[in-house]
Ligand binder design. Structure first.
Ligand code: NAD
Length: 243
């Protein structure tokens, strides 16, 4: 595991799921972690872990992002984990869903990156990790039109930033998970009516025959935080879905 001692890591959407597992993994690797989310109740629990400080930050809110990052100061690693899954095809899409998804899944990353990049450039060092998905430009997934579109934009955003700053000490990579056990996945399975059938269908699309765990994705985030010879890449971690 990477040694992140002395590094400051900010994670968005850190109160549950992959973000929470990543905050815990970054702390275990020795970093000082700022776990941010809008769910203050869950954050308070996470804040009891040594090495983890918590902040309420709504990544949809420009002013909140700017003031939180100004308060945090130096950031060595930014993990943009916030995102929302809309279900449905293009014909079922509401314009409001598209606007919301672009705001949360894409624009929020632009907000946080703008807040940390000048400091990273000043120090000539920084790792930015963006949460995409296998459902993106990597793979067309049925009933994920808005989601796949916005997560494809995350990969484009990642590569653009990587290209602009590769010679200036900044690495920017994306993580593309398959289906991962998380509270929002539980919600999606319950929302389908027949929970057992929904769960079986999610598992069936993973060739390894099981869902991923948030901890498995967190391990990749920790690796990317410390990895010094990779940038602009979209890392599939998907139980074999993309083979
Ligand atoms: P989750 O969806 O269960 O939790 C999301 C967290 O985001 C919650 O704690 C919520 O409070 C927080 N959040 C929501 N709106 C916010 C806002 N405006 N500002 C700050 N925080 C906000 O977690 P998950 O399923 O692990 O998903 C995390 C990320 O991983 C998302 O970007 C998702 O698209 C991506 N992803 C998940 C899966 C999966 O199968 N779970 C697969 C691929 C990619």
């Amino acid at each position: 595991m990477a040694d992140l001692a002395g590094k400051v890591v900010v994670v968005t959407a850190a109160a549950q799921g992959i973000g929470k597992a990543s905050a815990l993994a970054f702390a275990k690797a020795g970093a000082t972690v700022y776990a941010t989310d809008i769910n203050e109740v869950l954050l308070a629990e996470l804040g009891k872990t040594p090495g983890i400080k918590t902040r309420k930050v709504d990544v949809l809110n420009d002013a909140a992002v700017t003031s939180a990052f100004a308060e945090i100061g130096t950031v060595d690693v930014l993990f943009n984990c916030a995102g929302f899954v809309h279900s449905g095809s293009i014909l079922e899409m509401k314009d409001a869903d598209l606007d919301f998804a672009f705001n949360l899944n894409v624009h929020a990353m632009i907000r946080t990156i703008r807040a940390v990049l000048p400091g990273m450039l000043e120090r000539g060092d920084g790792s930015i990790i963006n949460m995409a998905s296998l459902a993106s430009s990597t793979k067309g997934v049925p009933n994920r039109f808005v989601y796949g579109l916005t997560k494809a934009a995350v990969i484009g955003l990642t590569k653009s930033i990587a290209a602009d700053y590769v010679g200036k000490g900044i690495r920017c990579n994306a993580i593309c998970p398959g289906t991962v056990e998380s509270p929002s996945l539980q919600d999606r399975m319950h929302a389908q009516g027949d929970y057992d059938a929904a769960r079986a269908a999610f598992i069936a699309r993973q060739p390894m025959g099981r869902l991923g765990t948030p901890e498995e994705i967190a391990d990749l985030a920790v690796y990317l935080a410390g990895a010094t010879y990779t940038s602009g890449q979209a890392y599939n971690i998907d139980g074999g879905w993309s083979i």
